[in-house]
Design a protein around this ligand. Structure first.
Ligand code: FAD
Ligand code: FES
Length: 274
């Protein structure tokens, strides 16, 4: 168990390895004991000196004290993380937030959209380790953006289940949306839990499907974060702070949130449509 004080103390870490996952997504591995003990779904605040500090899911952990973040390049901070090379330094504090709650019976369905795999792949690693059968739907716009397919394949081959790649342009796997494929699978098969991370529109369309089939649902949300520890309010959704009460929320909670799938705060705190 990591103490909160230790989590909160910023650490300077050295890049051990970088991995090009897709044309827009890169993984950065580093040694950091607190991060290596993260629960799947938790995040670090990642400091790029002189530029910004941004939240990143911890996408990999190991018993040897290694951790990783998996970054999609969308703006200045994430572009800077893409240009980082082995041996360079950056800062981390965390892990923060509420991660996924484990199901230890039956079969789980994981629905990962885009870089949402950064939060779901470590969950798949853990489910595999504790022997929980699971199926993973991996969604992307096109084949080259499918994230962590081999990793999921290895995990499900150890416990049973399957991996279903889904592309919007039909260039690989099933053509369509991950949420449509999830609906199809839920019609044919009984699952005990749905876990999801990805675009909020995808999570929003999965919620009523989970209700229709009476299956518990957990999803990880993203909002602009500044403090990461519940003080500044930049990450609020309705009255909840994504950094403290989330980023993983259950279906019951999501159903009550007016802003879910509708709006978020921008960097100045103004509410903007999603
Ligand atoms: C808990 C959590 C975990 C995250 N995990 C990952 C991860 O594993 N991998 C990853 O690539 N990204 C992740 N993100 C998103 C990541 O933090 C942002 O993409 C990053 O902060 C963008 O910074 P930037 O300077 O590169 O781009 P900016 O210029 O800050 O943003 C680029 C665009 O994205 C929008 N944006 C920025 N941050 C958010 C946000 N939080 N929610 C919605 N829109 C946003 C901006 O309004 C702008 O349109 C996570 C976010 C949260 C809250
Ligand atoms: S980021 Fe400051 S309250 Fe959540």
């Amino acid at each position: 168990m990591v103490t909160p004080e230790l989590n909160h103390k910023p650490r300077i870490v050295k890049v051990e390895r970088t991995i090009r996952e897709t044309p827009t997504i890169k993984t950065i591995r580093f040694k950091d004991n607190p991060s290596s003990k993260a629960i799947p779904g938790q995040f670090d605040m990642v400091w790029i000196p002189g530029l910004d500090e941004v939240p990143m899911s911890i996408s990999y952990t190991s018993t040897e004290g290694l951790a990783a973040i998996t970054v999609r390049s969308v703006g200045p901070a994430t572009e800077a993380l893409h240009s980082i090379v082995e041996g360079q330094m950056f800062g981390v504090r965390g892990p923060y937030g509420r991660g996924f709650t484990l199901t230890d019976n039956g079969e789980a369905l994981l629905v990962a959209g885009g870089s949402g795999g950064a939060a779901l792949a470590p969950l798949s690693d853990l489910l595999s380790k504790i022997g929980v059968k699971h199926t993973v739907i991996v969604g992307a716009q096109t084949s080259s953006e499918l994230l962590f397919l081999d990793r999921y394949e290895r995990n499900v081959s150890a416990v049973g289940g399957s991996v279903a790649p889904v592309t919007e342009d039909g260039s690989y796997g099933i053509e369509g949306l991950a949420s449509e494929v999830a609906q199809d699978m839920l019609r044919k098969h009984a699952y005990n839990m749905i876990y999801s991370c990805g675009p909020e529109a995808m999570i929003k369309s999965l919620l009523p499907i989970s209700l229709r089939y009476s299956i518990p649902f957990q999803a990880s949300l993203e909002r602009v974060m500044k403090c990461g520890i519940g003080i500044c309010g930049s990450c609020v959704i309705d009255s909840l702070r994504v950094c403290r009460e989330g980023p993983v929320f259950d279906g019951e909670t999501l159903r009550r949130l007016d802003e879910f799938g509708m709006s978020r705060r921008d960097h100045s705190g103004r509410r903007v449509p999603l």
